[in-house]
Design a protein around this ligand. Structure first.
Ligand SMILES: NC(=O)c1ccc[n+]([C@@H]2O[C@H](COP(=O)([O-])OP(=O)(O)OC[C@H]3O[C@@H](n4cnc5c(N)ncnc54)[C@H](O)[C@@H]3O)[C@@H](O)[C@H]2O)c1
Ligand SMILES: [Fe+2]
Length: 370
């Protein structure tokens, strides 16, 4: 028996950004986006296009930096609370950091303390807000436009939380590949690898189902084929479209399964070594794949549809693919001392996401010793 569910109204294609006015239908909205200084100048132009079709926002929150944390989100909530009109919808225009911040704003309703208390104690979830979100991703990507959770970082206490509520599924996702045309090469690669990691992590996952696995297979094949081409041809609309679709499919896949070991390992690297999320959650994929091959027939079948019949050769191909994009599959290249690695793997296996992993610890340790 299995179940697949995703309630987000997804619109995809070049130009769907221009349907935002219709989707908002006159509601007073909060625009959440980056300070333009972080976006290489494109975000002021994107914001102008929002206003042209939807009128001025009731309030704009633009202090979002990579990996939203308690301090920045406290300020974001204060800005949200300063709106002269009650906010009826939140427009999240940006990558995962913006979409996740929008989810926090939707839950906090202007008071970050309610979210902080819930994250720290797990209590009072029902008291959180549920302002509708319209998600417009500008990276490809996190898939946050079709998931019901947000990653929230407490950089002071060096902790990572997940704010997860069914009510945080965006009302609508407008996935317009043209918005990603200006993404620099390094961010194109790291965000594309995040999508690949979501696809593979939903495959080697205790929660996998036939729908999530089918979406994941398409997504993984697409990223592996199209990302190296895109890395050398950044303004190619057809390739941008393939990556945007792959990221969306991966998002739809892991919206039902959540992630697994590679993501569980990534949080330490991001918190303690500043490794961007997409690199932190993808450098270990070949190792994780070797440790999972042979553990579960359905997972093996999925991996064969992505990598071909020989999964040992497939893991080697994955490693070559990462190296060609400039990503070392070796943890020490990302700041981890060799002596700390096995403890990190054990911590990651014990974490929430690590428990979704269907592979065996012994196989992982053997991999590491190899
Ligand atoms: N909620 C989820 O389901 C989910 C899934 C995966 C990751 N995440 C979280 O998402 C965050 C990472 O998000 P991200 O990888 O999308 O990056 P990001 O949102 O942090 O953005 C990275 C950089 O890209 C720039 N940028 C974004 N779009 C651009 C564009 N179109 N043109 C030029 N520059 C642009 C931004 O200004 C920023 O400097 C992390 O906090 C991660 O934990 C959430
Ligand atoms: Fe991710």
């Amino acid at each position: 028996m299995w179940r697949y569910r995703n309630p987000v109204d997804v619109k995809f294609g070049a130009g769907v950004f221009e349907t935002l006015g219709k989707v908002l239908a006159g509601r007073a909205y909060c625009l959440v986006t980056y300070d333009d200084a972080n976006g290489g100048g494109v975000f002021a132009e994107f914001a102008r296009r929002v206003v042209a079709q939807a009128g001025a926002p009731a309030v704009t929150v633009s202090n979002i930096g990579p990996n939203p944390d308690f301090t920045g989100l406290t300020q974001s909530c204060q800005t949200y609370a300063s709106s002269a009109r009650p906010v009826e919808a939140i427009v999240a225009l940006g990558g995962g950091s913006v979409m996740d911040a929008a989810k926090v704003l939707a839950a906090a309703r202007g008071d970050f303390e309610t979210v902080r208390r819930h994250l720290e104690t797990g209590k009072d979830g029902d008291a959180l807000g549920r302002t509708p979100i319209i998600a417009i991703p500008t990276t490809a990507g996190t898939g946050s436009e079709v998931t019901s959770w947000a990653t929230v970082w407490d950089t002071g206490a060096m902790k990572k939380y997940s704010l997860a509520r069914e009510s945080l599924y965006p009302e609508a996702a407008l996935v317009d590949p043209l918005l990603t045309l200006g993404l620099p090469r390094a961010i194109t690669i790291s965000t594309g690898l995040d999508a690949l990691s979501h696809a593979l992590e939903s495959t080697w996952n205790v929660n996998a189902n036939p729908v999530s696995s089918s979406l994941a297979e398409v997504a993984a094949r697409e990223v592996i084929e199209a990302l190296p081409l895109l890395a050398d041809d950044l303004t190619n609309e057809a390739l941008r479209t393939r990556l945007a679709r792959a990221s969306l499919f991966a998002g739809l896949a892991f919206s039902n399964t959540r992630t697994a070991l590679a993501h569980s390992l990534s949080y330490h690297l991001t918190l303690h070594h500043g490794v961007p999320h997409g690199i932190a959650c993808s450098f270990s994929l070949p190792m994780v794949m070797r440790a999972v091959a042979g553990c579960d027939a359905a997972c093996d079948a999925s991996l064969r549809r992505i990598f071909g019949d020989d999964l040992v050769a497939g893991a080697a191909c994955l490693e070559t693919f990462l190296k060609k994009l400039g990503i070392s599959p070796d943890a020490t290249a990302h700041g981890i001392a060799a002596r700390d690695w096995s403890r990190l793997v054990d911590d990651a296996l014990a974490g929430d996401r690590g428990r979704n992993f269907i592979g065996r610890r012994e196989a992982l340790l053997a991999e590491m010793a190899a």
